[in-house]
Design a binder for this molecule. Structure first.
Ligand code: SF4
Length: 181
């Protein structure tokens, strides 16, 4: 259905409002930061009051949460998982290791900057971030969704060749199909 400009803005507002209050999260516990997820999701911090809850599979998830350093071997699975998620989808990267490698910056088998390989909508810094920081990262993502700026998934489609080139540079035994969706 085609809408005029004002109606389109109202539709976008309602869609984004619904999306930001219903975030199903696939927590990919790659690093030590994963230990902060249980307190964030359970009664003490109760992330569900913000509409944030766990998803069982990539197909049901809106948010991919990467919780720390990533071995190149794990990166391959993360890419496959990300590509299996439905659009619109968002990525939150958690801890210094996802931003610049953190204490593993010169390791031979971990990556330094996650957003060279998949788009990251929100980074939460710290080593490791506490549940308050995790919740504040989710609130930042909700703000970005409402403002229509959480568009990493579109950037991934538009710049797929560049992402693939970076991914294949570091993953030597690339045995996945080139398109996973
Ligand atoms: S940022 Fe710190 S807590 Fe997080 S994965 Fe790296 S070393 Fe572990």
């Amino acid at each position: 259905m085609a809408y005029d400009n004002n109606s389109q803005k109202i539709v976008d507002y309602i869609q984004n409002f619904a999306r930001k209050h219903s975030l199903f999260v696939l927590a990919y516990g790659t690093g030590c930061g994963a230990i902060e997820i249980p307190p964030t999701m359970t009664s003490r911090y109760d992330a569900e009051r913000f509409g944030i809850r766990g998803a069982a599979t990539p197909r049901q998830a809106d948010v991919l949460l990467i919780t720390g350093y990533l071995a190149t071997k794990t990166l391959k699975r993360v890419i496959r998982t990300y590509e299996q998620m439905q659009d619109p989808k968002y990525v939150i990267a958690f801890g210094s290791c996802t931003i610049n490698g953190g204490m593993y910056w010169d390791s031979y088998n971990t990556i330094n900057m996650l957003d060279k390989y998949i788009p990251v909508d929100v980074y939460i810094n710290g080593c490791m971030p506490r549940p308050e920081a995790v919740i504040s990262g989710f609130v930042k993502l909700q703000d970005e969704i409402q403002a229509g700026r959480a568009d990493g998934w579109k950037k991934y489609q538009d710049n797929l060749e560049e992402y693939r080139a970076n991914q294949k540079k570091i993953i030597k035994n690339w045995t996945m199909p080139d398109f996973n969706w």
